[in-house]
Design a protein around this ligand. Sequence first.
Ligand SMILES: [Zn+2]
Length: 238
Amino acid sequence: MRMVESFLMRTPCYAAGLKITVKGLMLHSVGCLQPKASAFISSWDSLAHGGFCVHGFIDGEDGTVYQTLPWNYRGWHCGSGGRGSGNNTHIGVEMCEPVCTKYTAGSNFVCSDLDAARAVAERTYRAAVELFAMLCGKYGLDPLADRIVISHREGCARGIASNHGDPEHLWGQLGIRVQVQLDCIGFLREDIKGYGLGMKAVYGVSGAVDGLYFCGKLRKNLIYCHMLRGIMQTVALL
Ligand SMILES: [Zn+2]
């Protein structure tokens, strides 16, 4: 994982300088079709950029993680819900999104190059696994425990975030679906756990299955995969 420190020091959020006790990690997707983290960093780093600030962006073109706030700063990444705000407890990281055609209405978009878009989504997913595994180690968090690793969408469902559907909206529309017991975020949690246990993650394209998948090699050589095109299967069980 390549990580670059690029704090958004001109933002009101950074200036506020409030600290949190990190209790979890929230994964976001930027919600506009922009793969370059640098585009967000340059446009956000301003006093005029009042409303948002996150702890990091994952670049869609090369998977570099840009850390934009100290991890224990209080970010402004998820708003709030009926039970408070995940900003008080969770680090928030944005995955940049592939270049597609355009967003049409709300979280819906049309994609002109599905294969290229899936490659970007896979790249940012991998980096998120590695980054979150590192952060789980740093803060003593179990990614499989309740409320630790969540998406913005899950944060909303739990009443601690605004009404957004990311990043599942992205994966769903790119055809990344899971048939069996776990959803995509569930598999993200599994992959983070495996990575944090020192199991070197294995990613790639299965020759047996049409399309890309996300795959992490876990303890005992259990290999979990997120297949595109509605297919999920366990590739190898030893
Ligand atoms: Zn979000």
